[in-house]
Design a protein around this ligand. Structure first.
Ligand SMILES: Cc1cc2nc3c(=O)[nH]c(=O)nc-3n(C[C@H](O)[C@H](O)[C@H](O)COP(=O)(O)O)c2cc1C
Length: 206
């Protein structure tokens, strides 16, 4: 079984990347083979709206998108992580989503693959759920099966949710931030998300 993680942050090795890696660690704990993709490593141009993909299962723009897609087609499950930008996914990730339209227009090439998502925001209520919803709608549009961490009543959220805000000092109003690696709920739920993706993929593909 192969699970691919996608870091949708333009920053490699930072907060989003950490949590996607944590999810892949969960997937490996369940026996899966994993691969991490930093989208920023690939040249992915904007969709130009040519609509070629309405009738062809390919995109005429020849760039790094093809390499990413071939990794996805090989995977049984994908876990996408995004930093929250203006209550939504990053522009880098949105370009990838738009350019992948041909994965569903002629034939559902991603059908029944499992999708998990992680959103990391600077603020406590910074739009994590909204970004997750954007990713879930994307997965559903591709005919994929959406899963969340499904841990326990306290820790279960609708996906992997990271928060960099830590606390405000009441005395001086100073705001303190943490790394996603210090957000224990996020770390736990992302690890559980990776396990859950493998669990459901195993049930579907066995
Ligand atoms: C253009 C931009 C927009 C952002 N918008 C939000 C936002 O809407 N809500 C929020 O809580 N944080 C916002 N942030 C903070 C990012 O979510 C935060 O820097 C990100 O999670 C860090 O992830 P990374 O370390 O993986 O890049 C924004 C940051 C940038 C650069």
């Amino acid at each position: 079984m192969k699970i691919v993680g996608i870091n949708g942050s333009p920053r490699k090795g930072k907060n989003t990347s950490y949590l996607v890696e944590k999810a892949l660690e969960g997937a490996r704990a369940m026996g899966a083979e994993t691969e991490m993709i930093d989208l920023v490593d690939f040249r992915i141009e904007h969709c130009n709206g040519c609509n070629h993909c309405l009738t062809h299962d390919e995109c005429p723009i020849d760039d790094g998108m093809n390499s990413v897609v071939s990794l996805l087609l090989d995977a049984d499950g994908i876990i996408i992580g995004t930093p929250v930008y203006h209550l939504n996914v990053s522009g880098l990730l949105k370009d990838f989503m738009d350019r992948s339209r041909y994965l569903k227009m002629v034939e559902f090439k991603m059908k029944n693959k499992i999708g998990g998502a992680i959103a990391v925001a600077g603020l406590r209520n910074g739009g994590q759920e909204l970004a997750l919803n954007a990713l879930y709608n994307y997965f559903l549009g591709l005919g994929m099966i959406v899963v969340g961490p499904a841990t326990d009543g306290i820790r279960t959220t609708m996906g992997g949710i990271g928060t960099l805000y830590k606390e405000i000092d009441q005395e001086n109003g100073r705001i303190y931030y943490q790394r996603s690696s210090d957000d224990i709920l996020a770390v736990d739920s992302c690890f559980a998300l990776g396990k859950r993706v493998v669990e459901v993929a195993g049930a579907i593909f066995s």
